[in-house]
Design a protein around this ligand. Structure first.
Ligand SMILES: [Zn+2]
Length: 91
């Protein structure tokens, strides 16, 4: 952040040997940092207004939404981590 503070975990030695693990660590850290800066969930699913979480989806780390369990709708994958910016209604 601008004041030099940051959130999330360090990348462990050897993380570069596992690109998916590195991407997951960076996505977690980015989410924690932006959430802290905005004081609200990020990224948010445009369809359900819920904070999303990074999860594996068919071998690709993706932003996952729990969906509207109470009001209908189901859990779904919104976009792969790294391409959320290209999805309409980004959070
Ligand atoms: Zn959703």
């Amino acid at each position: 952040m601008a004041d030099g503070e940051w959130h999330g975990n360090y990348l462990l030695p050897g993380t570069a040997d596992d690109p998916e693990a590195a991407l997951a660590a960076v996505a977690d850290a980015a989410q924690e940092t932006v959430t802290e800066c905005l004081s609200r969930a990020w990224p948010v699913c445009a369809a359900h207004g819920l904070g999303m979480h990074p999860r594996d989806a068919d071998g690709h780390l993706s932003w996952w939404c729990a969906g509207g369990r109470r009001g209908g709708g189901s859990a779904h994958v919104v976009a792969a981590v790294g391409v959320l910016d290209s999805v309409a209604g980004r959070g």
